[in-house]
Structure formats: C-alpha cells, structure tokens
Design a protein around this ligand. Structure first.
Ligand code: ADP
Ligand code: MG
Length: 387
C-alpha cells in the first residue's frame, strides 16, 4: 500500500503502525450516506428486478426448504473455496449424513461451520429483521465459523493486533486495515448501516447498502482470519432481513475473483463506490438467475424420478425418498429411516429401489455406505458463469 496510490483525502487518513516502524495503516472514512449512481442506474435497477423475480419464484416453490438447504450448502462450499478451503459439496453432504470425516478432505468441518453460521444468521434475521444485524451478530458468525478449527485467536473475538492483506510483510501489503484502536468506532458506524432505517429521501437501495456493508467490513478486517467469509455471510442476511430470498453471491465472486479483489482495493484506496456497487449489482443479477435455474433443474429431476417410480404407490417410501433427494442428495440407510420415519429395513428397501432405477448410485466405499444422487451433485458442482 503506497501513499501515492491513495486519493488525496485518504492520504490524510494514514497513520503509523506501532509494531512496524515506517509502515502505514489506513483509517477508512465512515460509510458514505450517499453515493453517485450516475451511469450505473441500470445495473442497480436490473439487480432489483432480479431480486423481485427470485422472490416470486421462491414464493411458489413446492418444497422451498429442500431447495434452500441445497443452495445454502453450495454457497458454503463456494464462499469457503474463495479462501482456498478445498471441499466439494458431495463431501460436505456426506459428512453431514454420516458424521464421520474419515477419508474426507479436512476442510469439510470448516465448510459445515459456514452452513451453521448461515443458518444461525438467517434464523435471527427472520425473527428480528435488520435489528439482528449488529456487532454481536458479526461475532456470533465468526465464532461458529471458527469453532473447532486451528484459529489462533479466540473465535468471535475482534483482533487486538495489526493485520494486513496480501504480501508476506506489512511493507509489501496490498492493503493495511485500521489499527485495532480505531475499530470500535468503525464497527459502530457499520452497525448503524446494517440496521439502517430509511429517512426522508436519503434512501439507499438494498443492493447498494449490501455492497457498501461488505466492502466496509472487508476494509475494517476486524478478525485475524475469516473476514472474507463473515463479510460474504452479511450479504444474504441483509437481503433476508428485507424479506428477499438470501441470494448467494460467492459463486460469482469466485468466478470473478480478480475483479472482486481489485474493486475492493479501489474502494479502499480511492473511494470508488460507484464501480463497486455496479459490480455487486451484476453479481446479484447472475446469482438470482443461477438460483432460479438450479431450482428449476432440481424440480425437473424430481419430476423425472416421479415418472420412473410411477409403478409404486404414491405414498410408497421409495417415492417419498426420491422427493427428498433434491435436499439430501447424499443418503444413508439410517438417514432415510430417520427422515421417512420408517424402519431400517423399509428404508433399505426404498434405497434399493432407487438404486435399481438408477436414481441413486451404489456406495463407493464399505466404510460408510453412502448412496448418492449424482445428477444433483453434478448440477451443484457446476461453476457460476462470470458474466
Ligand atoms: N484489497 C483487498 N484485496 C483482496 N482481498 C481483500 C481486500 N480487502 C479485503 N479483502 C477481503 O479479504 C478476504 C480474505 O480475508 P481473510 O480474513 O483471509 O478471510 P477468510 O479467512 O474468510 O479468507 C477476501 O476474500 C476479501 O473479501
Ligand atoms: Mg483466510
């Protein structure tokens, strides 16, 4: 981070870093009340249209819980992937259905923590609306995310040391966030923005607010690690607090990772908010369309399975199980027996039926006998388009 790369107003906000002589940190300005939308009105309008469409599709889904379940796990995998956490959705779902991480990538537990944090956050905003989006929520999300990992600080506690982004030494950093002493005030400002109530005509759209909250959070970088993920969790939570479906952006951010990081840096060094909001608006459009497409593809699969099982009774365990697979594509006999509330033998028979119909595939290993609906996993593994 070089002084000359910063806009003049930001150069004035540089402060020395105590522990590193000669290094400078930036105290970012509070989130602006207004930003110029000139030239990007169309992008934000498109984002709002996409959100409304997603909202109406979500309201008409026959089984929203199963689809949301699947989409939130896909988000956990993609958001964690941005940070180099390697696990696939099939692994995460296998771990969830067996509780056994043996033979799976070590990162499955971290990814599952993301799912838990997201679930906790969604439950809170659905109960309390935007009021739930405060500093303590940020700490809760972080605590759940880092629970049981080798995180070096206390999960959920804000950092007490200087950190930096990119580069092995602070002197080579891409960006140096504010020293810990300045964080409380910046977080309080962020909190006011997160549970913002529109006043008069100083109305900022939810898309702009969400973009600004994410960027400011990433700029404060209040934890030693996990900032990217906590900041990405805040966005669907803000949407859900406004009654929108929690649209998941990590796929787009991953497919445009370079641009994502560069756009953040331009906000940090130059206050380029307008471009950033435009970028996030595109993310919203692509992500809404993608979620709708995935939901439709899942429903089509379910219908095709219904057809294959049309010879069985409508209330047969096999049919009921097939209906669950779009939310639980990795199945064990125990899990099927729990979900269907039938005996182990009955669950086993239903699974057999689905294997015979080519809906589930046979277990790959004898250790945990997991049966997989490959069609679902393959669909979820497809990367997000980058435009
Ligand atoms: N200038 C920047 N360049 C790149 N990433 C940045 C920048 N400013 C903030 N970030 C954020 O930092 C995140 C990485 O921070 P980190 O604490 O390691 O999060 P996590 O462990 O969740 O990866 C990135 O995903 C990005 O959101
Ligand atoms: Mg990290």
């Amino acid at each position: 981070m070089n002084r000359q790369d910063l806009s003049p107003d930001r150069q004035k906000r540089l402060v020395p870093v105590e522990a590193h002589p000669g290094a400078l940190a930036l105290i970012p300005p509070p989130i602006p009340q207004e930003i110029s939308m000139r030239g990007v009105e169309r992008d934000t309008m498109a984002a709002h249209e996409a959100l409304s469409k997603a909202q109406s599709v979500a309201a008409h889904l026959p089984n929203p819980d199963l689809i949301t379940r699947t989409l939130s796990r896909r988000e956990a995998v993609q958001s964690s992937n941005i940070e180099g956490t390697q696990s696939e959705i099939g692994d995460v779902m296998e771990f969830e259905s067996t509780g056994d991480a043996e033979g799976l990538p070590a990162d499955v537990t971290i990814t599952l923590n993301y799912v838990k944090a997201l679930d906790t956050g969604l439950a809170e905003v659905r109960k309390h609306g935007a009021a739930a989006l405060n500093t303590s929520m940020i700490q809760t999300l972080h605590r759940e995310l880092m629970q049981g990992t080798d995180y070096r600080d206390v999960p959920g506690e804000f950092r007490q040391t200087q950190n930096w982004i990119g580069g092995l030494r602070i002197y080579d950093a891409r960006f140096v966030p504010p020293p810990p002493a300045y964080m409380a005030e910046l977080l309080a400002d962020l909190e006011r923005h997160l549970n913002y109530q529109p006043e008069g005509n100083a109305f900022l759209s939810i898309v702009a607010r969400m973009a600004m909250a994410h960027a400011q959070f990433e700029t404060i970088h209040p934890f030693r690690d996990g900032n990217g993920r906590v900041g990405r969790l805040l966005m669907p939570l803000m949407l859900a607090a406004e009654g929108y479906p929690p649209v998941y952006l990590a796929g787009f951010l991953k497919s445009n990772q370079r641009l994502y990081y560069d756009s953040l840096l331009n906000v940090q060094l130059q206050g380029k908010w307008t471009e950033w909001v435009s970028f996030l608006s595109q993310a919203v459009v692509v992500s809404c369309n993608e979620s709708i497409q995935i939901a439709n593809a899942l429903l089509a699969m379910r219908n095709a399975w219904e057809q294959k099982l049309s010879h069985t009774r409508r209330d047969s365990s096999s049919r009921k199980l097939a209906n669950l697979l779009i939310g639980y594509p990795v199945m064990t006999v125990n899990r099927a027996s729990e979900l269907l509330e039938v005996s182990f033998v009955a669950a086993n028979n239903a699974i057999r039926d689905l294997v015979n119909q080519g809906i589930l595939s046979e277990p790959q290993s004898a250790r945990n006998r997991v049966f997989v609906a490959r069609d679902v996993i393959d669909l979820l593994n497809q990367p997000t388009s980058n435009e």
